[in-house]
Design a protein around this ligand. Structure first.
Ligand SMILES: Cc1cc2nc3c(=O)[nH]c(=O)nc-3n(C[C@H](O)[C@H](O)[C@H](O)COP(=O)(O)OP(=O)(O)OC[C@H]3O[C@@H](n4cnc5c(N)ncnc54)[C@H](O)[C@@H]3O)c2cc1C
Length: 435
């Protein structure tokens, strides 16, 4: 006899664990299987775990806003203890640099529509709050090997937008473990060191999966939450042909540098989104600053064919590009001789907006294409997927009449059709990590 569950979730990253938790809460006998040894050991473990609300679409902004309240109310939301404790949600606030050369105000109309509090900072306010920051404009973002990188800037940026309710989660892997424990408290199960190598199907319906050791697990519901391996799983299931939007793995580096001497960045720094230099940054423990790329045109995109085989070492080229760009904004930054940071993969969709959807294989669902920006949204994605799966399993035609969810904290209504695999590419997207 094969093992059996109501819903088998492939992956136990932050999104997979949240889907497991919400389905278990809805009464499903769930099983999360992951080929890694513990929850959150995939790309989630290297996430910067920034919690911010500026996205380029109404739906993206609304989901991020709803998610914020889950992080502020984390232990209540989980409703179950974790012997390892809980990460901290550190509310630094987010500074979004405004430039004359790109439309930083694009997403802010959604702040007004959704009632998300923000402040407009002129250059004097920015200087008072972040005296380290040089107010000059460096647009367009360039790499140091470009001679124009070193040009003396003549213009200034026009200020910044400050969003007080933003920050980061101190330990993304621990947050995932919290969700595992919360799912287990609802009867959900997790198995690690188990790789799914086959999706079994018959008559247009999913039957279950086969693991690498040959074991078969039967389930009427199988959910692909395999992160950067999402396209591998979709191909195993044979569902890609029906998808207008697909996913690919993209290599990304994040670098750590010590904050300039004499400034307590760990306690007084902010999350910063700086399109003028094409970098985002946030405070990190040990008075460090963590610097990532916002995917400007000058940074080559490193698509990865095999998500199990890519260079996990920080490269001098990308380190120099990101750290030197940030050093133009913060001239007092000391640049360490030894590059330090992490390397991992984003699971990027064709328009950098996720796919949260069913497939043309009955019982097979996907929460994929999280494009470097969905850690924050995991609690809402788990809820949305549980509602969508329950509706479809009850006979609802989600492709014809998309499922809508009522948000628990904000009361907003989110339309799951926005994340359809069959949508046209969304031209409103930033086509970058900003979503
Ligand atoms: C460097 C970096 C920085 C980021 N920064 C932020 C940020 O600041 N804010 C934000 O909101 N988002 C951020 N993100 C994005 C965010 O971390 C991801 O969207 C999120 O973690 C994805 O979670 P997941 O559960 O879908 O994937 P993962 O955490 O990758 O989990 C997928 C799991 O599936 C398992 N798996 C794969 N194939 C199989 C198989 N065949 N059988 C069994 N198991 C399998 C893997 O082992 C893995 O554990 C960042 C991502 C990266 C890489």
């Amino acid at each position: 006899m094969n093992a059996h569950c109501d819903a088998l979730i492939i992956g136990a990253g932050i999104i997979g664990a949240a889907v497991g938790f919400e389905l278990a809460k809805a009464g499903y006998k769930t099983l999360n299987v992951d080929k890694r040894p513990a929850a959150g050991c995939g790309s989630t473990g290297n996430s910067c775990a920034v919690i911010r609300t500026h996205y380029s679409t109404w739906d993206g902004t609304a989901m991020a806003y709803e998610s914020l309240f889950h992080w502020q109310d984390w232990q209540n939301y989980l409703g179950a203890p974790d012997e390892r404790g809980y990460p901290r949600y550190i509310n630094t606030g987010c500074v979004i640099i405004k430039s004359n050369h790109y439309d930083a105000a694009q997403g802010f109309r959604y702040f007004r529509e959704l009632g998300i509090a923000y402040e407009e900072w002129d250059l004097l306010t920015l200087k008072a709050k972040l005296p380290l920051f040089d107010p000059h404009a460096f647009w367009p973002p360039r790499r140091p090997e470009d001679d124009r990188f070193w040009d003396t800037p003549t213009e200034k940026i026009s200020g910044a937008i400050f969003v007080p309710s933003s920050g980061y989660v101190s330990d993304p892997q621990l947050a995932t473990h919290n969700l595992q424990r919360a799912a287990e408290a609802q009867g959900g199960q997790f198995r690690f060191n188990c790789e799914v190598v086959k999706i079994r199907r018959a008559g247009g319906r999913v039957l279950g999966v086969t693991l690498q050791n040959g074991e078969q697990i039967d389930a009427p519901v199988v959910v692909n939450v395999a992160g950067p391996h999402s396209f591998v799983i979709n191909r195993l299931a044979g569902v890609e042909a029906d998808m207008r939007i697909k996913t690919r793995a993209l290599r990304h580096e994040v670098h750590f540098v010590p904050a300039p001497e004499g400034f307590d960045y760990e306690n007084n720094g902010y999350i910063c989104s700086d399109g003028d230099i094409g970098c985002y940054s946030r405070p990190e423990v040990g008075n460090h600053i963590l610097i990532g790329s916002e995917d400007p045109e000058c940074d080559p995109r490193q698509w990865i064919d095999d998500p199990d085989d890519f260079n996990r070492e920080v490269t001098l080229e990308q380190w120099t590009a990101q750290v030197y760009r940030f050093a133009r904004r913060v001239p007092s930054l000391g640049i360490p001789q030894d590059p330090a940071g992490i390397v991992d993969l984003y699971d990027v969709s064709d328009d950098w907006i996720p796919i949260y959807d069913k497939s043309d294989l009955d019982g097979f669902y996907m929460a994929v294409g999280t494009s470097g920006n969905q850690f924050k949204n995991a609690p809402v994605v788990g809820y949305l997927m549980a509602r969508l799966i329950h509706a479809c399993q009850s006979g609802h035609d989600h492709d014809q009449e998309p499922v809508k969810i009522q948000c628990r904290y904000t009361g907003l209504t989110l339309n799951a059709g926005f994340y359809s695999r069959r949508r046209a590419i969304n031209p409103e997207s930033s086509f970058s990590v900003l979503g």
